[in-house]
Design a binder for this molecule. Sequence first.
Ligand code: 13P
Length: 287
Amino acid sequence: MLVSAKEMLTKAKEGHYAVGQFNINNLEWTKAILLTAQELNSPVILGVSEGAGKYMCGYKTIVGMVNGMIEGLGITVPVALHLDHGSYEGALACIEAGFSSVMFDGSHYPIEENIAKTKELVKITGEKGISLEAEVGAIGGEEDGVVGTGECADPDECKMIADLGVTMLAAGIGNIHGKYPENWAGLSFETLDAIQQKTVDMPLVLHGGTGIPAEMIKKAISLGVSKINVNTECQLAFADATRKYIEAGKDLSGKGFDPRKLLAPGFEAIKATVKEKMELFGSVNKA
Ligand code: 13P
C-alpha cells in the first residue's frame, strides 16, 4: 500500500538521514527502485514529473502499475508515490488518481501567489492524508522543459511557506537539475543553515541530487535535509549499461534482442545507483 511521505520524513529528520526520491520513467525503472528499497529495507519515494506522467500514459496508469508491483513483488517497505514539480492542476489530477504525495512548485510565481496556491493545497491534501511538498527559490537547470537558474531561497519566504503546514519544503540553495557545470559554486550551506533555523522541524528537500559530492550531501543532511531527489544519475547509468550491451554486439547473439535481456544491464545499473544513494543518504534499514 502506498503511504504519505510524512512519517518517513519526520523520522528521517529526527534520525539525521535522508530518504531518496528516485524518478521513474517506465516499468523497469519502477521495479529496479522498489526491489532495491526492499533489499536494503529502506523507505523510498517514487518521483513522477508531469512529462513522465504523460509518457507513462497518465497518472492512473502509474498508480495501477505501482500498486500492482507493490503487491506482485511483495514490497513491504514504506513507498510514497509523489508528483515532482507539479502545477496546481497537476497536483489535483494526481490526488484524484491515487498518488500518496504531491509537490506543488509555485517557485516561479510571486511569493503571494505561491502562498495562496500552496495554502489551498495544504487544505485539500490534509483532508486526504496526502503529503505536500512546496518550493521556494527556483532550482536551476532544466527538467522536462522547466528551466530555473539555481537561486538561493529567501529564508523568510521559506518560513512563510513552511508555516502554512506543508509536509516538506524544497528550497533553492544553489543546486540545479542535471549534470553540474565545471564552474559550479557548490551548495550554499549558509543559506541552508539560515533556512533550517527559521523552519526548525520542517524536513527540507534537496533537488538535483545527481553529481553532488558525497561530503556535500552529508553536510546538507546534517543541516536538515531529509529528502534528496535523484533522476539524471539513474538515466546516465541506464544509458551507459545499455550502450555497452549494444556495442559489445550482445543483441546480435542468440536471443540477445529479447527486450527482457536487452534492458537487463540498464535495470541492474539503476539498482546499483539506487543502492549507492541509499547507503550515502543513510536510509538503509530505516523502513
Ligand atoms: P537530478 O536529475 O539532477 O538528479 O535532479 C532530480 C530532481 O531534483 C527531481 O526533482
